[in-house]
Design a protein around this ligand. Structure first.
Ligand code: FES
Length: 133
């Protein structure tokens, strides 16, 4: 009589055999509101091949900290351009940047006005609400 296989649910809610190693992406995220000095907060996210950085940020909001401010609309079509941020100092679209099982530093765009955490003011001035101009 053999042992029954054990399973676990990974970060994407898929069932995985227990004998597969669990890899972790260690995200250090810059957080602040406009006018504040940014602080770095670290989140460990279960890694699965094929995940995007946006997948990891959404996982953090769902499982660890719902107050993390992120912005996205199309979630991987790379058409809305709402999810731009920096990963390890490079500007990327969070929905197309691949998550990796290593330490990654996530920050808002440095050349745009910060709204909160990873959200910056990216709308052209003539398209903003009057209080944001
Ligand atoms: S969420 Fe639309 S381009 Fe990334």
């Amino acid at each position: 009589m053999g042992a029954s296989p054990a399973y676990y649910i990974d970060g994407s809610d898929r069932v995985k055999p227990m004998n597969q190693p669990k890899q972790i992406a260690q995200l250090s995220i810059s957080r602040a509101t406009f006018g504040e000095t940014a602080r770095i907060e670290r989140f460990d996210v279960p890694f699965e091949s094929g995940q995007s950085v946006l997948d990891a940020l959404r996982w953090i909001r769902a499982h660890q900290d719902p107050t993390l401010a992120i912005r996205y609309a199309c979630t991987s079509a790379n058409t809305c351009k709402e999810c731009m941020l920096q990963v390890d100092g490079k500007t990327v679209y969070a929905c197309t940047a691949r998550l990796e099982p290593r330490a990654m530093h996530i920050a808002p765009l440095p050349n745009k006005r910060l709204v909160r955490d990873l959200v910056t003011e990216i709308a052209p001035p003539d398209e903003r609400m009057p209080t944001m101009r």
